[in-house]
Design a binder for this molecule. Structure first.
Ligand code: GLN
Length: 507
């Protein structure tokens, strides 16, 4: 029994800290012990007790000085794609095995300034490329619900750490589904906000036009203060949004939109979601969707209907095309972003080489894993002379059409879109080793949202998987900048269901 497991929500824990029933140092000490004792040694890639305890002491001092906020002393951890001063940052790659950043990513700095205590760095797929957290140079992460299964990816370490009760929240990144998909497969809640609302500064680049930071926690309510402090314009990120439709992108926005939605729901009393139109894309319920997941989604939609919402069938006709479009655009951008790892400036350098070209080529071959090399090859190919128009440009046109499909649905048919996150529950570790494309295909429900830059989240809505239960996630997708509203909707669902309260070993 850990100290953290005695608290059901971030709010309760925060209250215990402010009532002085527990100190940040006590909490951090106990949590570090749990991290060291946790059987899956691959979840955390870097832990440094001294650094964590120093942050905890600062949190206690802030509280003693009467300056504490809701996140002061709260234990979290960061996906190893965010650079951190002190802890190593590897992106789960041999290429960056010994890299220590001289600065903190904006997101890391914001969460630290809000008083959170970092437990260290969490495993992910190498450079965030993958869907199972098996593409890590340092070992696969196991799903806390059943260690023979993947936790999802690429933010698999983040989802596993939250599900295992090792941290209250964890940062993640989502380029094509990497917050929502592991959240779904590990039975936790996760949100990827609107592209541009959270800074990408210090977040190791995979595909810059898609990469967006997000966060995972047990429930929607806990996500609110975390996402709130992470959000905001950052002049160091050229794609950071200053505002959207006249609303400033500033810390406090998510929290206040969430609170406003709560007030509206309260006012509607017995039918809190009356007037809400939920769009259910018919293309999401295709032959690829497993019956277990389909049934769980149906049941979740009924819960929303019982709260007063109406369900409308919508069409996102280009759903299938999201896969080829994404798997052209993302590798193209990756091949460009990853060209900086040349063995000259930083990162792995081969021990033996001939000339300069040979040094770069050997360093990259040794430093990158199979999936990363595959993406670089695909990316270089689709950008090469003669193929650019046929593949890259075509993919960009399809991306535009996918955006239009979502815009059309939100303009005419619905206020929020709901559906599955994944076609099935978590697969077994090693299952797709011979067939990497099988993982790409399973991204079908998340990629379109990323291509459109819309906010999306996943919340637990059931279990499948036979004797050992494996979690299922419900996806919620909203209009640009509607994070607060999505979180409030998720919170309403979680007030009347208990999927998010189940913990591995006690489903
Ligand atoms: N599975 C997708 C990919 O491998 C998404 C990854 C992500 O969102 N980082 O590209």
């Amino acid at each position: 029994m850990t100290l953290l497991s005695e608290f059901h929500s971030l709010r309760d824990l925060s209250q215990a800290l402010s009532d002085k029933r527990i100190s940040a140092v006590e909490l951090a000490t106990d949590t570090l012990q749990a991290v060291h004792a946790y059987p899956d040694s691959h979840v955390f890639l870097h832990v440094d007790d001294a650094l964590t305890l120093e942050q905890a002491r600062t949190a206690d001092a802030t509280r003693a000085a009467g300056q504490a906020g809701p996140l002061t002393g709260i234990p979290i951890a960061h996906k190893d794609l965010f650079v951190t001063q002190g802890w190593r940052t590897t992106a789960s790659s041999k290429m960056l095995e010994h890299y220590v950043s001289p600065f903190d990513a904006t997101v890391v700095g914001q969460l630290r300034a809000a008083g959170t205590v970092s437990l260290g760095k969490l495993s992910c797929d190498e450079f965030a490329m993958g869907s199972g957290n098996e593409n890590s140079a340092f070992g696969a992460v196991h799903n806390p619900w059943n260690p023979e299964h993947v936790p999802g990816g690429s933010s698999g370490g983040s989802a596993a750490a939250v599900a295992a009760g090792l941290v209250v929240g964890a940062t993640g990144t989502d380029t094509g589904g990497s917050v929502r998909q592991p959240a779904a497969l590990c039975g936790v809640s996760g949100i990827k906000p609107t592209y541009g609302t959270v800074s990408r500064y210090g977040m190791i680049a995979y595909a810059s036009s898609l990469d967006q930071a997000g966060v995972l926690a047990r429930n929607a309510c806990d996500l609110v203060p975390l996402l709130d402090v992470m959000s905001g314009f950052d002049e160091r990120d050229s794609t950071s949004l200053e505002s959207c439709d006249g609303v400033a992108n500033a810390p406090g926005r998510v929290q206040s939109d969430y609170a406003a939605a709560q007030v509206r729901f309260e006012a509607a009393a017995a039918q809190p979601l009356k007037g809400l139109r939920i769009g259910v894309p018919r293309e999401f319920f295709n032959e690829g969707l497993s019956a277990t997941v389909g049934d769980a989604i149906e049941a979740a939609l009924k819960v929303f209907e019982s709260l007063g919402a109406t369900r409308v069938e919508i069409s996102l006709p280009r759903t299938r095309l999201a896969i080829p479009a994404y798997y052209v655009i993302a590798p193209a951008e990756a091949s460009s972003n990853l060209s900086r790892y040349d063995g000259v400036r930083y990162g792995h350098r081969a021990a033996h080489y001939g000339d300069l070209i040979d040094m770069t080529s050997r360093s990259r071959t040794e430093g990158f894993g199979d999936e990363v090399r595959r993406r670089i090859l695909v990316g270089t190919y689709v950008l090469s002379h003669g193929y650019y128009d046929a593949y890259y440009l075509q993919a960009q046109r399809v991306r535009r059409m996918i955006v239009d499909d979502f815009q059309h649905a939100f303009a005419n048919d619905c206020d929020v879109i709901m559906g599955p996150v994944t076609p099935d529950v978590a697969r077994r570790i090693g299952d797709n080793r011979q067939d990497p494309i099988a993982d790409w295909l399973a991204d079908i429900y998340t990629l379109g949202v990323s291509l459109a830059g819309l906010p999306g989240m996943s919340i637990p809505c059931g279990f499948g998987g036979g004797t050992t239960p494996l979690p299922i996630g419900l996806q919620l997708v909203g209009r640009y900048f509607s994070e607060g509203h999505l979180l409030a909707l998720a919170d309403r669902y979680q007030q009347v269901t208990d999927w998010h309260q189940r913990i591995p070993g006690h489903a």
